[in-house]
Design a protein around this ligand. Structure first.
Ligand code: B12
Ligand code: SF4
Length: 515
């Protein structure tokens, strides 16, 4: 290698709704930390511009200049694309000689859209570590961009784009160095500060093919896709966690960001035994209902798992099977939730609202399924038709994608059966309605239960109900609440954490008393 290259990663870590909020702490990105480790190992200089809000032009250019980079690498998720385009425009105006490369999901799924942006010199499709290293090494040696770099599309000086094939993904994750925790202001990441929790990931990929998920489509880009789901070995995973604890000894909990932590049962049991022996901290993870048995629930609890998140997405079996490619049955989902709660584990669900062909009646089914599961926490997302996903194509074919809708409008589809204002109303009433239906399931049974449920359905769906007005009000009070919590967690972190612990304890007691 001729000389060390200075690579500056830019991580737009803010959402449309928080782009002006300056007191938010940032989140961890395993992708950037992992690429940084590989580049640093080869002797390059890597730094990070971690953006927790959208800067103005001057602040942006000043921040970039502080690092005096040779290459800028921008991470682009779909929701950040419009902001990134603006920033690349600023680079193009003020610092046109710096090479700009981009990577991450939006780049992999909509490469043409990204390479077409004036000022983008190269894009990386799929996994970045070693292909990016080769790209940077070439730059170090020849002082120019390698137009033949694997997994890269590279623009040359006359604007021609060289599109190179994808290199197969890394099959043995143990070969990767541990992620570079020095890249971030690690101990000041949001989850570290607010919950003494470290975000970690010990696998890549997923075996399932949910139609809305960018992960499922990414697999299809690879020549070696049949082995797309990979884990670090149990021993290597434990070493990674030990490393994290050395870096931030006040960590009390791990949050596994892996798609599904127990997808390989043998791996999971071996890992769990080592975890109990050498880590012994609480943890939270994502699981698929099909893979949870009573034995697994007990093993999870014994190992320190106190919260599990399972994807429901929709409570309607037909919509789930036909459009989302998720074939689990509601009865089974309820049974699994009981097993987890019986083992003392908090049940969290992922829910999507505004899916293609969804109607207010179907959203009520999702709400009722949560009520029957006695979920303790929920995550609700508006449906986002990510580029190149199967569900986007379904929405396009149905005519639900209206080109006049702004890319950052939270409600993306326009469907005759579900008004935008109703989607917002249900989004902000979701939790309230779960509680209402849950009360009914607790208080009544048989015919009386059916009658009471019908009554509540009719009230919510009735024409006279001022849903639009209530939706706007609940949306505003939700964000006020979030902002108060955010301020409290910053100004009185001790009190904030103590209150959270108390809340968790209370809900654990509640779960135990209900069995
Ligand atoms: C962990 C995770 C999070 C974490 C961390 C986010 C992060 N930026 O890493 C948290 C909880 C903060 C999060 C939040 C959100 N997430 Co998220 N998240 C994931 C998850 C489960 C795993 C990502 C991961 O760590 N992969 C492993 C690492 C190693 O891979 P990687 O990050 O992709 O990086 C590799 C390549 O992409 C590439 N690369 C990445 N960046 C760059 C940059 C350059 C210059 C180059 C060359 C290469 C390169 O090289 C890396 C190393 O191989 C994925 C789903 C999944 N199972 O993959 C969703 C996913 C990425 N999230 C998604 C979304 C939508 C969100 C939210 C918008 C949700 C919300 N409404 O709040 C927010 C966005 C906040 C944010 N700051 O990004 C979508 C993104 C879809 C898209 N088309 O962009 C995904 C794909 C899930 C989905 N719904 O399909 N998320
Ligand atoms: S199980 Fe989760 S990560 Fe896997 S394809 Fe479905 S949504 Fe994506």
């Amino acid at each position: 290698m001729e000389k060390a290259v200075k690579v500056l990663f830019i991580y737009p870590d803010f959402l449309e709704k928080t782009r002006h909020v300056k007191n938010i702490l940032g989140s961890y990105s395993e992708g950037l930390a992992s690429m940084s480790a590989v580049l640093k190992q080869a002797g390059h200089n890597v730094s990070l511009y971690h953006q927790t809000y959208m800067p103005d032009k001057q602040e942006f250019i000043d921040s970039v200049n502080k690092h005096s980079p040779d290459i800028i690498g921008i991470s682009i998720r779909t929701g950040a694309f419009s902001f990134v385009k603006e920033m690349i425009g600023w680079l193009n105006d003020e610092l046109p000689d710096i090479c700009v490369m981009a990577g991450m999901y939006h780049v992999s799924l909509a490469p043409q859209e990204v390479i077409d942006v004036e000022g983008v010199d190269a894009i990386c499709i799929g996994e970045g570590e070693y292909v990016c290293l080769d790209f940077v090494n070439y730059f170090a040696e020849f002082g120019e961009l390698n137009t033949k770099a694997d997994s890269f599309w590279v623009k040359d000086s006359d604007g021609t784009v060289h599109k190179n094939p994808l290199r197969p993904f890394i099959t043995d994750l143990d070969e990767l160095p541990f992620p570079d925790l020095e890249l971030f202001d690690y101990t000041n990441l949001r989850s570290n500060v607010e919950q003494n929790t470290a975000e970690v990931i010990v696998s890549r990929g997923c075996v399932y093919s949910c139609t809305y998920c960018a992960n499922a489509e990414l697999r299809n880009l690879y020549p070696n896709k049949s082995s797309y789901t990979r884990f670090r070995s149990p021993e290597n995973s434990i070493k990674l966690l030990e490393r994290v604890l050395e870096k931030d000894p006040k960590i009390e909990c791990f949050s596994f960001n892996d798609a599904i932590l127990n997808v390989d049962k043998d791996w999971f049991y071996e890992f769990a035994a080592l975890y109990r022996e050498r880590i012994g901290k609480k943890f939270v993870c994502n699981l698929r209902v099909e893979l949870i048995t009573e034995e697994m629930a007990l093993e999870l609890a014994k190992t320190g798992c106190y919260l599990v998140t399972i994807g429901l997405e929709s409570g309607n079996e037909e919509l789930r099977t036909k459009y989302l490619m998720r074939t689990m049955k509601n009865d089974h989902i309820i049974k699994v939730s009981q097993m987890l709660r019986k083992a003392g584990i908090i049940v969290n669900t992922y829910n999507i609202i505004g899916l293609p062909y969804e109607t207010p009646e179907l959203t009520l089914e999702t709400i009722k399924l949560n009520a029957q599961m006695y979920t303790d926490n929920i995550v609700i997302s508006y449906f986002q038709p990510f580029p190149n996903t199967r569900l986007r194509k379904i929405a396009e074919e149905a005519g639900f994608i209206d080109p006049s809708v702004r890319p950052n409008d939270l409600v993306q589809l326009r469907m005759p059966g579900y008004k935008r204002s109703d989607i917002i109303y249900f989004r902000y009433s979701f939790l309230k309605f779960i509680r209402k239906y849950r009360k009914l399931y607790q208080s009544y049974s048989g015919e009386r239960l059916t009658l009471e449920i019908d009554k509540l359905d009719r009230k919510i769906l009735g024409k006279a109900h001022p849903r639009k007005l209530i939706g706007v009000f609940r949306q505003k009070s939700h964000w006020l609440n979030v902002s108060i919590k955010r301020t409290a967690s910053r100004t009185l972190p001790g009190v904030y954490k103590a209150l959270r612990r108390l809340r968790d304890k209370k809900s654990a007691l509640k779960r135990q008393s209900k069995g």
